[in-house]
Design a protein around this ligand. Structure first.
Ligand SMILES: Nc1ncnc2c1ncn2[C@@H]1O[C@H](COP(=O)(O)OP(=O)(O)OP(=O)(O)O)[C@@H](O)[C@H]1O
Ligand SMILES: [Mg+2]
Length: 264
């Protein structure tokens, strides 16, 4: 479903600020894979997401999605195949528009322009059915401005919008990080529900190691633009936070590694 070959990306090349963000990275996801991604700040996790979505072009390497070569294809042309939710609850939705208008936007994203039209009775019913999945009562607030929703409500809506049209790949970049523990848990459970309901191929960045272990069927650890550790579907059930830390310590060659240095 997703194949990254020899991806390399450097920022500010040839200046004192030169930074190799992704370094010869290879990754292959099979249909339905749910891969959690961990790694310290600056490891290259968000850059990897940006390269998959087409927000950033790699300097070297190819991105294949569902058998098509996407390298060099602009972000809006990939949007149909990719759903994305960011850390910032403000990023995925339009605050001055209503819930219904936001859903129309998400819905129309994958339709040819000529077929776009506003809200019909049938569509409103579809929106309400989808919103009911969130268990937040948003189905009764279709005319509410999204800017008035809480962070958790907005993330739930973002998640719904990102998966509305059943994309090939779902990219989640610390999408529960800005929420309080109860809301974060709600969004995590919703993520599990939606991913399994549609069998979505998913990459999820998290700074919560226990969450990275509990969710999904595979796990990767990134450091300095590379995948330094990977747990396969068979290995993942045996993982513990302690094992991940000692693996990071071994690879880094450091004697003192706390969860802080791996995660923050
Ligand atoms: N658009 C950009 N321009 C210049 N440098 C960038 C850009 N995007 C990322 N970088 C740099 O590339 C490196 C990787 O950044 P990235 O955002 O991918 O890390 P991350 O693993 O997502 O970290 P975090 O856990 O803090 O979100 C960092 O050193 C960052 O400063
Ligand atoms: Mg990031």
């Amino acid at each position: 479903m997703l194949q990254l070959n020899q991806i390399y990306k450097v920022f500010y090349e040839g200046t004192p600020d030169e930074k190799v963000a992704i370094n010869q990275l290879n990754l292959q996801l099979n249909p339905g894979d749910f891969v959690t991604v961990i790694g310290s700040n600056g490891a290259g996790k968000s850059t990897l997401m940006n390269i998959i979505s087409g927000k950033i072009e790699p300097d070297i390497g190819t991105v294949m999605i569902d058998g098509s070569n996407m390298t060099g294809m602009p972000e809006h042309k990939r949007a149909r195949k990719i759903g994305r939710v960011f850390q910032d609850p403000m990023a995925g939705t339009a605050p001055t528009m209503t819930i219904e208008e936001n859903l129309v936007l998400a819905y129309n994203r994958t339709k040819p322009r000529t077929l776009n039209f506003g809200v019909t009775k049938k569509r409103r019913e579809l929106f309400q059915t989808k919103l009911e999945m969130l268990h937040l009562g948003l189905e009764n607030r279709l005319q509410a401005k999204v800017g008035l929703l809480s962070g958790g409500e907005r993330q739930a809506l973002s998640l719904l919008m990102a998966t509305f049209t059943e994309p090939k790949i779902l990219l989640l970049d610390e999408h529960t990080a800005a929420l309080d523990p109860a809301r974060a848990e709600l969004i995590t459970n919703l993520t599990k529900e939606i991913v399994s309901a549609f069998g979505l191929t998913t990459l999820m960045v998290t700074h919560n190691m226990q969450q990275a272990i509990d969710l999904g069927n595979r796990l990767i650890m990134m450091d300095k633009g590379k995948i330094i550790f990977e747990a396969s579907e068979a290995e993942k059930p045996q993982l513990t936070v302690e094992k991940l830390l000692s693996e990071f310590q071994r690879i880094r060659g450091e004697s003192l590694v706390s969860d802080r240095s791996l995660l923050a």
